[in-house]
Design a protein around this ligand. Structure first.
Ligand code: FAD
Ligand code: UDP
Length: 383
């Protein structure tokens, strides 16, 4: 079988490139994925209870990029969403990310932005250039909030002391002195109206006859049988090079689903504050109690109307045989291993490495899409 391009991985990186190559260059590509579906980690599906859930953890689409928004808008309409979450600790739900509402909960009375700012000024630790996630939060919010909301969660998530974790990791979460309860800060926050799986189907359909799909297939198993002029690889680089320069660490997760019908929800609805729901917001973080980091109830944001609901508990786990590589590990040690693979990859003339796994970067979806669009523009110039 001969193709212009073989694309390993049908996540956002692979699908954006397949769509661009098929529609703009009229070239033939083969997309291979070991999973039984397209969409990679952003896949969603209706579970056995009939609830639309995000299969691999909550995927809150958000972007500041007009270009990414307008590119994706060719394949979906949007459901605007305000992503609000809570953190559960010391026996209560807290507004999170930390903001003026959190501060009022903490001091047990009404307050003002000015009071919160001077409280922060008094409690934060003066660190000029925070070198890790612990220093960053101590510098922004002080030790009390660090212990309440960050330390336990970060240790659970990464099985590393936050002192060993890059500052950008805890820095993903804004700390605000106004009343904005939003989990994220980007200008555009919305979900594909009919689900990610429909968006992905539309991307594949746009490829027409120019793209073939091989799902449930390991690249390794077919690489001697399929041929191409150029390979686009969105998997882990250490796997591609058969671990020649060592194993790249990843962090994995186990997802435990639980569904509830209307009768079973009776007691929880009071806690949720909404009929037909189990918890108050789409996501509740558990920084200090339990083995899981968060519970996600996607029905809060998908707009689905139904009596049943599903919650998913997320248990961080080591990445070993059989586990999925969900997160590149944000430590200096891991980055040093990756740099060696990056050097090797830079020597390739007929292989492009792109995506969250291949570039070993903690990218959100919009960043991966942007990178894939840039990559296509470079390829177009070379052809
Ligand atoms: P992936 O989606 O990982 O796709 C890579 C594909 O390649 C996979 O399907 C894999 O099976 C396949 N593959 C790899 N190697 C091989 C091989 N050798 N043979 C065959 N197939 C192979 N981003 C956001 O913007 N907002 C969020 O809220 C958000 N939440 C997230 C929550 C979790 C728990 C996780 C893990 C990620 C989250 N992300 C979020 C990030 C988002 O998932 C990624 O940015 C995006 O999916 C990356 O796309 P990708 O194509 O690079 O990789
Ligand atoms: N984090 C934390 N407490 C929380 C939420 C996040 O300490 O309640 C830290 C943790 O280290 C996490 C990082 O901030 O890995 C980034 O959080 P985010 O919610 O962006 O993680 P993701 O959704 O990518 O898993």
């Amino acid at each position: 079988m001969n193709y212009d391009f073989i694309i390993v991985g049908a996540g956002f990186a692979g699908l954006v490139l397949a769509e661009r190559i098929s529609t703009q260059l009229d070239k033939k590509c083969l997309i291979i994925d070991r999973r039984s579906h397209i969409g990679g980690n952003a896949h969603d599906e209706y579970d056995d209870a009939g609830v639309l859930i995000h299969t691999y953890g909550p995927h809150y689409f958000r972007t500041d990029s007009e270009r990414v928004q307008s590119y994706l808008s060719q394949f979906t309409e949007w459901l605007p969403v305000n992503y609000e979450i809570r953190s559960y600790t010391r026996g209560q739900y807290w507004n999170f990310p930390i903001n003026l509402n959190t501060f009022e909960q903490y001091i047990g009375r009404a307050s003002t932005r000015e009071e919160f700012e001077s409280w922060l000024d008094e409690h934060r630790i003066r660190i000029d250039r925070p070198a890790n996630s612990e220093e960053l939060i101590l510098a922004m919010a002080g030790p009390e909030f660090y212990e309440m909301f960050y330390r336990g969660y970060t240790v659970k998530q990464w099985r590393e002391d936050p002192r060993n974790i890059d500052p950008e990791v805890c820095g993903r979460i804004s700390i605000r002195t106004d009343r904005n309860n939003g989990y994220v800060s980007e200008r555009f926050q919305a979900l594909p109206r009919d689900g990610y799986h429909v968006l992905f189907d539309n991307m594949i359909n746009a490829c027409g006859g120019n793209a073939d799909l091989m799902l449930g297939t390991e690249y390794e198993d077919v690489k001697s049988k399929v041929f191409c002029k150029h390979l686009i690889y969105t998997g882990s680089p250490d796997e591609y090079y058969e671990f020649a320069l060592g194993k790249l660490p990843y962090r994995s997760l186990r997802f435990a689903r639980q569904s509830f019908d209307a009768n079973e929800l009776f007691e929880r609805e009071a806690i949720a504050g909404k009929k037909g729901f189990w918890q108050p917001t789409v996501q509740v973080n558990y920084p200090n109690d339990n083995d899981f980091t968060r519970i996600v109830e996607t029905k809060h944001i998908t707009g689905q109307q139904c009596d049943v609901t599903t919650i998913v508990r997320e248990y961080p786990q080591d990445y070993s045989d059989g586990a999925e590589p969900y997160y590149p590990v944000p430590t200096g040690e891991a980055a040093a291993i990756y740099r060696k693979y990056e050097e090797l990859a830079g020597l390739e003339r007929r292989v492009t490495f792109i995506g969250r796994l291949a570039n070993y970067k903690y990218y959100n979806m919009d960043r991966v899409i942007e990178k894939a669009l840039d990559c296509f523009e470079r390829m177009r110039k070379m052809i």
